[in-house]
Design a protein around this ligand. Structure first.
Ligand SMILES: [Cu+2]
Length: 90
């Protein structure tokens, strides 16, 4: 019983600590309509990313991620490694 209680406490605290964040990255080097596909793939491949909306018209990537699993620097790295350097847009 004590063990079970511990498990519940652990699960509850884990979900309470997980913080979902949404950031907007500017990806100025996207130069055609297929670029967002590559950028989106690079972002969704990052562990902790739950959603990535990449738009060519605005050259923006709106990324939703778990703050406990990844961070902005990792997201920027991911797009940069895919050939599209990005910067955090406020
Ligand atoms: Cu392109």
């Amino acid at each position: 019983m004590k063990k079970l209680l511990f498990l519940f406490t652990l699960l509850a605290s884990t979900s309470a600590l997980a913080e979902v964040k949404t950031v907007t990255l500017a990806v100025p080097s996207m130069n055609c309509v297929t670029c967002p596909i590559t950028v989106k793939k690079s972002l969704t491949n990052v562990e902790g990313v739950t959603k990535a909306e990449v738009t060519y018209a605005t050259k923006l990537a709106i990324v939703t991620y778990d703050d406990k699993k990844t961070n902005v620097a990792t997201l920027v790295n991911a797009t940069t490694n895919a050939g599209y350097p990005s910067i955090l847009k406020n």
